[in-house]
Design a protein around this ligand. Structure first.
Ligand code: CA
Length: 225
C-alpha cells in the first residue's frame, strides 16, 4: 500500500516512514498542499495535516475530493469537535488527533483502505481499457493516450458506471440515481452536461453514445461472439 503524507513537520515524517515500512507501506511525502492533486494517481491512502505552510488542509481535502475518491485521513493537532466535523464534512474518511499512536494510525489506514476496496466495484475488474482510454476503478484515475486526465468526481462515476455496464445501455434514471443518489427536476440536464464534458475531456466524442429517450452506453468493441 502506498501512502501520501502531506505534512510540513520533518520530524513527524521521519518518524512515520520506518513505522509504515514495517507494515508493508511505502510513503510519498509532500510538505505543502499545492501539489497534492498531481500525486493522487500514485497512492492508495492520503494522510493529511491541516496546518500547512501554503494552504489550509481543509481546502486541500476539498480539492482532493473534487477529483478523487481516495481514502483521506486528516492527522491534525486541531482536536476540537468543530475541527473534526469540518474535516469530515470536507470529505475526509477519518480524523486522528496528534499526538497519535502509530499503531492506531496504521490500523485506521488499513480500515479506510479496506472499506474502499469492498465498495460496489469489488466484483468488477479494476482496470477497464477502451479505445486508448484506461479507467482505474480502484484508484479513480483515467489515462487517455498515455496522459492522465482529471475528471470531477461525478464525471468519473458516470464514466465508471457506463464502463462497468460493458456496453449495455444505462438509463438516465439509473445513472442519476447511482451517481447523485437522488433525482430532481433538472437532473437530466445536469447529466447531459457531465456527459458533454466527459466527451471533451476524453477526446472521444463517439465513445459515450446517446440512446435517444433512454440513456447512454459506451461504444465498446463486441467480444466473445
Ligand atoms: Ca503542520
Amino acid at each position: 500500500m502506498r501512502i501520501l503524507l502531506v505534512e510540513d513537520d520533518d520530524r513527524v515524517a521521519a518518524a512515520l516512514r520506518p513505522a509504515l515500512r514495517r507494515h508493508g507501506m511505502s510513503m510519498v511525502r509532500l510538505s505543502a498542499g499545492r501539489d497534492v492533486v498531481a500525486h493522487l494517481g500514485e497512492v492508495d491512502v492520503v494522510l493529511l495535516d491541516l496546518g500547512l505552510p501554503d494552504m489550509d488542509g481543509v481546502d486541500v481535502c476539498r480539492a482532493i475530493r473534487d477529483t478523487s475518491d481516495l481514502p483521506i485521513i486528516i492527522v491534525s493537532a486541531r482536536g476540537e469537535v468543530d475541527d473534526r466535523i469540518l474535516g469530515l464534512h470536507s470529505g475526509a474518511d477519518d480524523y486522528l488527533v496528534k499526538p497519535y499512536d502509530v499503531g492506531e494510525l496504521v490500523a485506521r489506514v488499513e480500515a479506510v483502505y479496506r472499506r474502499r476496496r469492498v465498495g460496489p466495484g469489488s466484483l468488477t475488474p479494476e482496470l477497464i481499457e477502451v479505445d486508448g482510454v484506461s479507467l482505474d476503478l480502484a484508484r479513480h484515475t483515467v489515462v487517455v493516450d498515455g496522459e492522465s486526465v482529471t475528471l470531477s468526481r461525478k464525471e468519473f462515476q458516470v464514466l465508471a458506471l457506463l464502463a462497468t455496464a460493458g456496453g449495455a445501455v444505462c438509463t438516465r434514471n439509473r445513472i442519476v440515481a447511482e451517481v447523485w443518489g437522488r433525482s430532481w427536476p433538472g437532473a437530466n440536464r445536469t447529466l447531459d452536461v457531465h456527459v458533454a464534458t466527459l466527451r471533451t475531456k476524453l477526446r472521444r466524442p463517439e465513445l459515450v453514445q446517446t440512446v435517444r429517450g433512454v440513456g447512454y452506453r459506451l461504444d465498446l468493441p463486441t467480444t466473445g461472439e
